[in-house]
Design a protein around this ligand. Structure first.
Ligand SMILES: *Cc1c(COP(=O)(O)O)cnc(C)c1O
Length: 353
């Protein structure tokens, strides 16, 4: 059935093993982040088989599907106070910056006779979620005095909003803060969570500051690449996912649209170059499923011309294959494309085990 995305769980397991090996050499445990696959249980299973010891997702609906696995589930997006009860029900641990939310989680945890783990997030320059350093002590004190809550550790998130790269300096601020909190409060923090796949290059270079003992990794496992510089990880597969879509029209057409031109279906004024008659195909997949800039055609000589909600247009003039109606074309999605394809109910998911 087309369109479909293939999910190779064997390769995901392999990639997890590569990343876990890199991490464990430096005493770092791995939360396998499955949000780009909408919390697909088979992907979670592959990550656990590869050595991840925690599962992370940003959505409660996805974490709920992961209940059968005997590992802690980590909610990556800051909890909504209005859904505190569900957070406590579907996640054993969450990332937090707001003590008002932590209190709501504590209340829900006590009601459910549970203890909920909290990781306090520090702001280190990327300007997404995070507490400023000078408010950390107060937050620690409040979290520690909240019934139903266990302070598990500190963390940070980088390279998400501001594009700030993790380095020994900013991550050093996190480890120093952790040491200070431990001596100030006379406690041991279990987890010092040093970021996402953009921290992996530091591991490879031996530059991850000592004291960081946890990373939350999605893209590096799923696509086999670290995300600070976009380098492929040695020995990892970059072809764990593929999109297959079916040709519904194959014709020669001019490269220049004819007639008086206004806006396209998405309110843009497209620009065209006259390259004469071209062999073009239309595939039955569109922006409702994935944005075309997130796809790379697998066959050399194929280029993406554009897409509407339901149609993806390719130029196949330079391709070796002679595309006909009913044929298929294959693409490699990037991380954003993967998320979109997995989220679209119109795209079938095929597991390759
Ligand atoms: C998505 C996310 C991650 C994982 O990011 P990758 O780049 O996929 O490794 C880690 N932490 C948080 C808070 C996230 O939202």
């Amino acid at each position: 059935m087309y369109p479909r995305i293939t999910v190779n769980t064997k390769k995901i397991r392999h990639n997890t093993g590569i990343v876990v090996k890199l991490c464990s050499r430096q005493g770092v445990s791995v939360a396998g982040v499955v949000k780009a696959t909408c919390g697909m249980p088979e992907v979670a299973k592959a990550m656990l088989a590869g050595g991840a010891t925690m599962l992370g997702d940003s959505r409660l609906e996805n974490l709920e599907k992961l209940a059968p696995f005997q590992v802690p589930r980590l909610l990556l997006r800051l909890p909504m106070p209005s859904r505190a009860a569900e957070v406590v029900q579907h996640a054993e641990v969450s990332l937090n910056t707001e003590t008002k939310t932590v209190k709501a989680l504590g209340k829900a945890a006590l009601k459910q006779k549970k203890s909920h783990g909290v990781i306090l997030m520090l702001e280190l320059g990327d300007l997404r979620e995070g507490l400023p350093l000078d408010q950390l002590s107060r937050a620690v004190r409040e979290v520690m005095s909240t019934g139903g809550i266990r302070l598990l550790g500190l963390g940070t998130n980088l390279t998400c909003y501001g594009g700030v790269l993790p380095d020994p300096d900013n991550l050093g601020v996190l480890t120093a803060a952790a040491s200070r909190v431990q001596s100030e409060f006379g406690i041991m923090l279990d987890l010092i969570s040093g970021g996402n796949s953009s921290s992996v290059h530091l591991l490879e270079k031996g530059l991850l500051p000592e004291g960081i003992n946890h990373l939350r990794l999605g893209e590096s496992i799923l696509l086999g690449r670290e995300t600070a510089y976009g380098e492929t990880l040695e020995g990892a597969y970059g072809d764990t996912f593929a999109l297959l879509a079916e040709v519904i029209e194959a014709r020669e057409k001019p490269s220049l649209p004819q007639g008086k031109r206004g806006w396209d279906a998405f309110g843009k004024k497209p620009v065209f170059q006259d390259r004469g008659l071209r062999k073009k195909v239309i595939l039955a997949v569109g922006r409702q499923d994935v944005h075309p800039e997130n796809l790379t055609p697998l066959e050399p000589g194929v280029s993406v011309l554009g897409a509407g909600s339901d149609h993806l247009l390719l130029d196949v003039t330079e391709a070796k294959a002679q595309y006909q109606v009913g044929d298929t074309a294959a693409f490699r999605p990037n991380y954003a494309g993967l998320l979109q394809l997995m989220t679209s109910p119109y795209v079938h998911k095929e597991l390759i085990k």
